[in-house]
Design a binder for this molecule. Structure first.
Ligand code: KDG
Ligand code: MG
Length: 409
């Protein structure tokens, strides 16, 4: 059992730790005066130090002395109280505070966070992972390997003939998009991509049969009508979803895509608040909402987005790349377990080294993830280990068309 729930719960210390065990992570550590520690993920890929500064310079002074149990009040104070609302930096910082407070509440009450959210409504969380290849043979081998691991759902990305580098495909093995002291440049030409992708999906459906869930990420690169055309071309292969077909800030683009295809649509990894997606949800222009706990204001805000989505028949498909730290992953899984309109959860392996710093109770069996039943999030953050892996500047790539102009990445 945790400490006595009636005991004083004043926050006495707030620290921000930036570490790089294989990639950068920003972690918030919140400590109460009776020694309970809560942790939150504030990692924003390629912009880590902006969130770290927001937390340590602007939020930490507001937190010391507050009652750690007042989670919603703290969220309101940090969101409404700042006047400057929304945006990835602000909302990643608020998310870290929120998740740390849920972690503390779980530890104090002796309950895993999903119990505090109303309890599990499923036994496990269906996960998808990433298959990729420099050609179709390599993609097929990668896809098969993930099925062997037990996955029931797999996202497929492949190099496109005529383009040197594309999103989702590493030069060797696993794809980790952030790299380099300065941004790498990837190449793009929509015509090449649209020519290639339907054949790739046809081949995977043919090879792996009718039941595996097939996903694909277009990573914000198409116009609405191009996306409609791609969705229609993919209909015979019964995709689980087509992700991020167009740049996500244009919500009304999805009305056009919807008019042209029944391929299910997923979007949201770059969203920070319900205001980024309320039109998408209430107009039923999407099928899956993909916000991350760590980027969309934490558990407190994401569950409101999910509740709105539930009302309109939209399911969840939370973002879970390696840039969401194990703390963020655990928080997401607790929410996934507890919401009725769960759809699927992304899972990308963290680079080697991450486990030296973050120890989780997350398990994966027969395609399903579970965050464990330890009080709070169930994640231990080893600050001494983190100190051995100092921050390294990393950028996400920039995308250029073959004529040299910058395109959406
Ligand atoms: O930091 C950027 C990544 O999170 C993003 O490129 C991953 O698109 C992504 C996905 O679907 O996991
Ligand atoms: Mg994506």
């Amino acid at each position: 059992m945790g400490a006595d729930y009636r005991a004083s719960m004043r926050i006495s210390d707030v620290r921000v730790v930036v570490c790089s065990p294989g990639r950068n992570y920003v972690t918030l550590v919140v400590e109460t005066e009776d020694g309970i520690i809560g942790i939150g993920d504030a990692t924003l890929n390629g912009r880590e130090l902006a969130v770290a500064a927001y937390l340590s310079e602007h939020l930490a002074p507001l937190l010391v002395g507050r009652d750690a149990r007042r989670i919603t009040d703290t969220w309101e104070y940090l969101y409404r109280g700042s006047y400057w609302r929304r945006g990835p930096v602000t909302m990643a910082a608020i998310a870290a505070v929120d998740v740390a407070l849920w972690d503390i509440l779980g530890k104090v009450t002796g309950q895993p966070v999903h119990q505090l959210l109303g309890g599990a409504v499923r036994d496990g969380v269906m996960a998808y992972t990433h298959a990729s290849g420099r050609d179709l043979d390599e993609l097929e081998a990668s896809f098969a390997a993930h099925l062997d691991e037990g996955y029931l759902a797999v996202r497929a990305q492949c190099a496109v003939p005529g383009l040197d580098t594309v999103y989702g495909v590493g030069a060797r093995g696993d794809y980790e998009p952030a790299s380099g002291e300065l941004p790498d440049e990837e190449t793009w030409e929509t015509a090449h991509y649209l020519e290639f992708v339907p054949g790739m999906m046809a081949r995977l459906r043919q090879t792996f049969g009718p039941t595996v869930h097939l996903l694909h990420d277009a990573h914000h690169r198409l116009t609405p009508i191009e996306a409609g055309r791609l969705g229609a071309a993919l209909e015979p292969y019964r995709m689980f979803w087509l992700e991020d077909p167009t740049p996500a800030e244009d919500q009304t683009a999805f009305r056009i895509i919807r008019q042209h295809t029944t391929t299910p649509l997923a979007v949201g990894e770059v969203f920070n608040t319900v205001w980024d997606c309320h039109e998408l949800i209430t107009n039923r222009w999407i099928d899956y909402i993909r916000c991350a706990v760590s980027h969309a204001g934490g558990i407190t805000h994401l569950r409101r987005i999910y509740a709105l989505a539930e009302t309109y028949g939209v399911r969840t498909g939370a973002h879970g790349p390696s840039d969401v730290s194990p703390i963020g992953h655990a928080a997401t899984l607790h929410l996934d377990l507890a919401v009725p309109n769960f759809g699927v959860q992304e899972r990308m392996q963290h680079p080697a080294g991450t486990e030296e710093v973050f120890r989780t109770g997350i398990s994966f069996d027969d395609g399903y993830l579970h965050p464990g039943t330890a009080p709070g999030l169930g994640v231990v953050f080893d600050e001494e280990a983190a100190a051995r892996f100092p921050y390294q500047r990393r950028y996400l790539p920039v995308n250029r068309r073959l004529d040299g102009s910058v395109h959406d990445w």
